[in-house]
Ligand binder design. Structure first.
Ligand code: FAD
Length: 452
């Protein structure tokens, strides 16, 4: 069975891996080297270009890491998070009630509000499973997180709690995500162990690539049906040509799908196009000396630090990533700054980041020896009001489109490597289930439970 996988991010590679293990012959077409789960080596530094953390809740992704023999590279981070206000650092260990009680970022009233919010989220239970929205979930996603918090809570909770959460976990802002999306993040904050990979996140995709046939620099230009169960994939770039296949897995952001498939039903094309991503940029900064000791994750108020959403201190990611005596930090730009600098030369973004860094850590820019800029036009899936209902419809319509096609990637649900791996594995299972070859009709049991 010949399967074309469109897109070589973690979703497409997970699908390819699962297909190959079941005897199929997947070929993965990748437009650039653009996946958001990559790393780059610069001298002795290992830089994560996009994704950098593996929360303990990423069970399928952690299983994949184990299967690929990378368990010994997992490192538990200190899980510390600081918010800087007027230059003052407020540090907390995520999930530590004692730290929370001592936390000076919030007034007593704000802390009470936060506990109230947390309990509210806990009582909603299964209604906050964004992957299986209930009628109650859909009701909770009728308003933005911002409107909800300003109405029922306070501007402080909006700016000091919700904004950093959306900036870090969604690469977005509370104005563009729903109340349901915000509430769904809260129960996790109390039990959050965060891991990273000492060898860099890109080792996962690197190991998968080693085992698979990946055609890099080969964009898929179109996919069309040529028979009852046969398809032609047209590619450009390095391996330009026509490829006849039996099945297709699409593992690209949904808004790109209508450009690849002619004649999609109009309502489906519109729904795919409506999946919203915020653009995201990362500026990695190598430093002459180790960075002053701060938290793993550092966030800021948007009124004070306009360009940076988060600074990740790489020394907390494990040994061997930074040459002895040097420092490395990664600044994730805010949604607005990413939009502003996405199509402009690197220098502007680096300058804006250094300006913001100096406003928090005086003189830091003079310690920087090199910078690297990574651009993600499809950075993080946003969940504004109405999205969960639309995504539900979209997934049903995609399932009904063609039994030999399957779809994967974070845009089906929300931005996370876990979602991409799960949807990749599930896409592979779908095309295998419809296959007529003996190997494929009896696929090996998946080591990954099908559970969200
Ligand atoms: C800055 C940043 C930080 C993040 N941090 C985390 C984190 O800490 N933890 C976490 O779990 N998640 C994180 N994420 C989200 C996570 O990176 C993504 O959800 C996940 O990597 C998406 O994988 P994917 O395979 O679905 O999509 P992608 O990685 O976007 O892969 C899609 C691929 O398709 C290719 N493509 C597009 N069009 C075509 C075409 N026509 N033909 C061929 N190929 C094509 C693209 O080049 C791309 O490589 C982060 C994201 C960003 C941007």
């Amino acid at each position: 069975m010949r399967v074309a996988v469109v897109g070589g991010g973690i979703a497409g590679l997970a699908a390819g891996y699962r297909l190959q293990r079941s005897g199929a012959a997947p070929v993965i077409f990748e437009k650039g080297e653009g996946d958001r789960t990559g790393s780059q080596r610069v001298g002795g530094f290992i830089i994560d270009k996009g994704a950098y953390t593996i929360p303990e809740t990423h069970s399928a992704f952690l299983s994949l890491i184990r299967e690929l023999g990378l368990s010994d590279q997992l490192r538990e981070t200190p899980g510390t998070s600081s918010t800087f206000v007027n230059g003052e650092e407020h540090r907390i260990k995520i999930g530590s009630p004692a730290d929370f009680l001592r936390y000076k970022l919030l007034s007593f009233g704000n802390k009470t509000d936060l506990v109230r919010l947390y309990l509210h989220a806990r009582t909603l239970g299964a209604h906050l499973n964004l992957h299986r929205p209930t009628p109650k979930t859909l009701e909770l996603e009728r308003e933005t997180a911002r409107d909800f918090l300003l109405r029922d809570y306070s501007e402080e909770i909006l700016e000091k709690i919700a904004y950093p959460i959306f900036a870090d976990l969604f690469l977005g802002v509370p104005e563009e995500n729903s109340r349901a999306a915000f509430l769904a993040t809260l129960p996790n904050l109390a039990r959050f162990r965060i891991y990273t990979l000492a060898c860099g996140m890109g080792m996962v995709t690197g190991k998968l690539r080693d085992r698979l046939e990946v055609k890099d620099h080969t964009p898929v230009l179109g996919v069309r049906k040529t028979g009852a169960a046969s398809y032609r994939v047209e590619t450009g770039g390095k391996y330009a040509g026509s490829w006849d296949v039996d099945k297709v897995v699409f593992a690209v952001p949904p808004p790109l799908v209508p450009g690849l498939v002619e004649g999609l039903p109009e309502p489906l094309a519109r729904t795919l196009d409506e999946v919203r991503y915020s653009p995201s940029m990362v500026v990695a900064l190598g430093q002459r000396r180790p960075f002053v000791e701060h938290s793993f994750i550092n966030t800021f108020l948007r009124s004070q630090v306009p360009a940076i959403a988060t600074v990740i201190q790489d020394q907390h990611k494990g040994e061997g990533r930074i040459p002895e005596g040097k420092g490395l930090a990664a600044a994730v730009l805010t949604r607005d700054a990413s939009a502003r600098w996405m199509d402009r030369p690197d220098a502007g973004a680096v300058e804006a980041v250094l300006r913001d860094m100096d406003s928090v850590w005086s003189g830091l820019s003079s310690e920087v020896t090199f910078s690297r800029v990574y651009r993600w036009p499809f950075g993080g899936v946003q969940l504004p009001p109405g999205t969960l209902a639309r995504q539900l419809r979209m997934r049903e319509q995609l399932d009904a489109l063609d039994p030999n096609w399957a779809f994967a990637g974070d845009g089906l649900y929300r931005a996370s490597m876990e979602v991409s791996v799960r949807t990749g594995l599930r896409a592979a299972e779908r095309v295998l289930a419809g296959a007529e070859t003996p190997e494929a009709s009896a696929p090996a049991a998946s080591p990954h439970p099908r559970r969200w």
